[in-house]
Design a protein. Structure first.
Lengths: 275, 153
């Protein structure tokens, strides 16, 4: 039987098939190499403390800075970052970077500033109360889009929650001293103290008044205090009332009426102290 | 008298094809069973559903590979080779979820999109399938003619 020579189309398809196989193998190998090199850089940097981002909170902004990426692979590396901050269920702010393309064998530094709109929290009365007096949960969500262009695109999405302490943690009022002013009146100094356990600065004006124990619709007012407490600061101040002598009786609890003006919003509450 | 060598030749031919089928079966086992099973178990994505999909597709691929290689010059062989190309391409598409894979780990979700790579992977069996059809068509169009010498006398 005579042999049949392979037709030209068959040879063409064979060549195409071989070409595709080689292309696929080379692509997979270079992709694996690039992914390995880029990930190795990230993990080496993180373990050595280099290229690790610095996170700073300044009251109204969260800034992620000095986030360094080096592309040691053979494909251009594209990176886009976006983040979001939530307090309980309230969205306080979000930010994102444009797509950053890092050519092979180069490195870039990325900075992301996230504005936090605290007025949103202050307009929510219940949330404001929680921020001031109770620990809250802040959620920081981050999304990183990266890819080895044009073959692979990946998206890493996640977040972490952090418990934030109360801005006016352990707020207490204590009668510190009572000094006679004249025959009919005394000056009562009430010490106020708290610790700012939140990462946000507390800045506001505190108005305090003391309802008369003897007469309805009569209130004694103290001079307003400008409260300014940085994160982690233990704040101590004094409220001074000028009262008739007969208003203060030993062993009796008194209720202070308080108004705190913070970022054009007012939170009212009552606090007690004992004479 | 000529029947015995013919039978021996046929037996040798099928033995050769069986060896070829065994080799291709082993290659297909590595590519279409071991590799995806390893990948999915390493990424923690191996569910019973995925394991069943891998096994089912591999059974079909294995059967079609054997049929295609044993019955090369038969129309069933051609049909098997066309089916094999389609099933392999479909399997690659199904198992990679259309080139979009999602892995979740301790609150983080990683989504991997590799459509260009997927099309490249799918192109291989499809090109092989077209090659088989083209080969079959050209074989039937150019059947060798056996010249028989007629001795008159």
């Amino acid at each position: 039987m005579a042999g049949v020579e392979q037709p030209l189309t068959s040879k063409g398809f064979r060549l195409l098939s071989i070409g595709l196989t080689i292309t696929l193998l080379l692509t997979l190998l270079t992709l694996a190499y690039s992914a390995y090199e880029d990930l190795a850089y990230v993990f080496e940097g993180l373990s050595a403390g280099e290229g690790a981002p610095q996170l700073s909170v300044n009251g109204t902004h969260i800034t992620i800075s000095k986030l360094t990426f080096a592309n040691r692979g053979v494909y251009p590396l594209s990176i886009a970052l976006s983040s979001e901050v939530m307090l309980e269920d309230l969205d306080l702010g979000s930010a994102s970077t444009a797509e950053i393309i890092i050519p092979p064998k180069t490195q870039r530094q990325i900075e992301l500033t996230l504005p936090i709109n605290l007025t949103k929290a202050y307009t929510d009365y219940n949330l404001l109360k929680t921020i001031l007096f109770n620990a809250t949960v802040a959620t920081f969500k981050v999304k990183v889009d990266f890819g080895l262009r044009p073959l692979v695109a990946a998206s890493l999405e996640g977040g972490f929650s952090r418990s934030i302490g109360a801005a006016m943690d352990g707020l207490t009022f204590r009668l510190q001293s009572v000094e006679p002013l004249n025959e009919t009146h005394v000056r009562a100094s009430i010490e106020m103290e708290f610790t700012n356990r939140s990462p946000l600065a507390v800045n506001g004006v505190l108005h305090a008044s003391l309802p008369s124990a003897r007469q309805t619709n009569l209130q004694y007012t103290a001079s307003p205090i400008e409260v300014s407490a940085k994160p982690s600061q233990h704040y101590v101040s004094q409220l001074t009332f000028e009262l008739p002598i007969e208003e203060l009786k030993s062993g009796v609890w008194y209720a202070l009426e308080l108004k705190f003006d913070i970022l054009s919003h007012t939170y009212k509450w009552r606090a007690g102290f004992r004479v | 008298m000529l029947e015995a060598p013919k039978k021996r030749n046929r037996a040798l031919m099928y033995a050769g094809r069986a060896i070829q089928a065994a080799i291709f079966l082993a290659i297909n086992y590595a590519i279409f069973f071991v590799a995806p099973s390893l990948f999915f178990s390493m990424t923690g994505l191996l569910t019973s559903e995925i394991a069943a999909t891998i096994s089912n597709y591999f059974m079909i691929i294995a059967s079609l590979t054997i049929l295609h290689l044993l019955l090369k010059d038969h129309v069933i062989g051609l049909a098997s080779s066309v089916g094999l190309g389609v099933v392999q391409a479909l399997y690659i598409y199904v198992i990679t979820e259309g080139g979009v894979l999602t892995v979740s780990y301790s609150g983080f979700t990683l989504t991997l999109k590799f459509e260009p790579l997927l099309y490249l992977m799918m192109a291989l069996p499809l090109v092989n399938m077209v090659k088989q059809i083209s080969d079959h068509l050209s074989r039937s169009a150019a059947q060798p003619i056996e010249m028989v010498e007629v001795v008159e006398g």
